[in-house]
Design a protein around this ligand. Structure first.
Ligand code: BJ8
Length: 425
């Protein structure tokens, strides 16, 4: 990394030594999981480049945006609407992390039975190794699971400005009204923070930019229906992960280019794994960078992951916002309509998620589902029981995996995954 970047990280208050360690572990993990694999689509070079610059060039861009007077907003949940953020000329970045850091300090603040996703957000902040959180003018939390909801009270002590969005827990009319009211309140907060009035034109433009990104991702996912699948699950997951950091226009262009290449691969019958490989869908908690443990095990065992029923995947990134309403309220309502379809396990009851999962299994011609939960994630761990029951009734094999960010259980997971793949028809 150039000296230029070191000065930039120093200006953000990062702990340079700890940050060096993080980058070197991240680089090594990336080499092992991605760069060492043969036959990846050429279009993945863009995403490899983004990852190699994830704390470099992208941060430089965000700081340049700030120097122009624009704002950077950090968030932990796909319910935070990027359309509104973009309508103020601001940038939205995901803050979830997929690795343990500063564990001792985290254990002094959070209960031990907190999921790894929440612990790592605290660890990256306490360890001063995340340039995204340090660049953020406003961090947005949300009332979803209890761990996040209460965790934000403590996180508020660590960042200059934390805003918490209330979210419904039931898909009722009242719940929808709450989402609408909260998006209006967020709109107000963004206008106040940026001094930019969100007009219908600005909001429509924000919606168009985000729709393009989601359309490109949907095109990519639909190509995974083919046998052989033209892209590995690891590469497809990486693309979804990058969508939370990258410039959205540039990202959409890169995904569209990748899709053109994959369409050509489909025509030639070229796959990431041979035709007839076992096909699985992964369902459950979101996987943030660099959490590639389970997909690497599954694909290392010769199967191909053809879909992610996850917020870093279809659950969080599918569905478009209607761009046609003429006024701002109409566009905001169209946003509510789109976000209302996210079937996160914090909703009760949540039968839509199970239906959506079964649809994915059929669409992607998957032979089984691996249900992935982070330990201590009550919403997804509890819901796993219902998912398992319904899939069993539908004759779809399911493997339940509860794990964390550690590497201690890798061998055990390999054995379980291999046994599961063996029994798939
Ligand atoms: S819409 S999935 S991004 S809340 S793993 S922190 S649930 S204890 S992440 Fe999520 Fe929004 Fe829902 Fe999606 Fe809690 Fe579970 Fe931890 Fe989790």
């Amino acid at each position: 990394m150039s000296e230029d970047y070191r000065a930039m990280w120093e200006s953000l208050g990062l702990d340079l030594e700890a940050h060096d360690q993080l980058l070197s572990a991240l680089g090594e993990g990336y080499r092992q999981v991605f760069l060492s694999r043969e036959g990846r689509p050429r279009g993945m070079e863009y995403f490899d480049f983004v990852m190699s610059e994830v704390h470099g060039l992208r941060i430089k861009e965000l700081l340049a945006a700030k120097a122009e007077g624009r704002k950077v907003i950090g968030a932990f949940c796909v319910f935070v609407p990027e359309e509104l953020v973009r309508a103020t000329g601001s940038e939205l970045v995901g803050l979830c992390a997929g690795a343990d850091f500063a564990e001792e300090e985290v254990d002094r603040i959070l209960p031990r039975n907190t999921c790894a996703l929440i612990k790592s957000a605290f660890g990256f902040k306490l360890g001063r190794v995340c340039p995204y959180v340090e660049s953020a003018d406003l961090v947005v939390g949300e009332n979803t699971c209890d761990g996040k909801k209460k965790g934000y009270e403590l996180f508020a002590e660590l960042v200059p400005q934390l805003y918490v969005m209330d979210l419904p827990q039931m898909k009722s009319e009242a719940g929808r009204g709450l989402l609408r009211a909260e998006y209006r309140r967020f709109q107000e907060r963004l206008q106040e923070l940026t001094g930019v009035e969100i007009t219908a034109e600005r909001l429509r433009r924000g919606i168009q930019v985000v729709n393009r990104k989601r359309r490109a991702l949907a095109r990519l996912w639909s190509l995974r229906r083919h046998d052989p699948a033209p892209i590995s699950g690891l590469d497809a997951l990486l693309v979804s992960q990058v969508s939370f950091y990258d410039d959205p226009e540039r990202f959409s262009g890169a995904v569209e280019k990748l899709c053109r290449e994959l369409e050509e691969r489909v025509r030639r019958g070229q796959g990431a794994a041979p035709a007839g490989s076992k096909r699985v869908v992964i369902s459950g908690c979101p996987m943030a960078v660099p959490n590639w443990k389970l997909p690497a095990i599954v694909e290392g065992a010769g199967a191909v992951i053809v879909g992610e029923e996850s917020c870093v995947g279809e659950r969080g990134l599918r569905h478009l916002v209607d761009e046609s309403p003429s006024d701002r309220d109409g566009l905001l309502e169209a946003m509510v309509e789109r976000y209302w379809q996210i079937d996160c396990a914090i909703f009760t009851p949540n039968p839509q998620r199970r239906r959506g999962l079964q649809r994915m299994v059929a669409d992607y011609q998957a032979q089984g589902v691996i249900h992935y939960c982070l330990q201590f994630c009550q919403p997804y761990q509890m819901e796993a029981m219902l998912v398992e029951r319904e899939l069993e009734a539908a004759g779809i094999p399911l493997l339940r995996v509860d794990t964390d960010y550690g590497q201690e259980d890798v061998e055990q997971l390999k054995t379980r995954v291999e046994a599961f793949l063996e029994m798939l028809g």
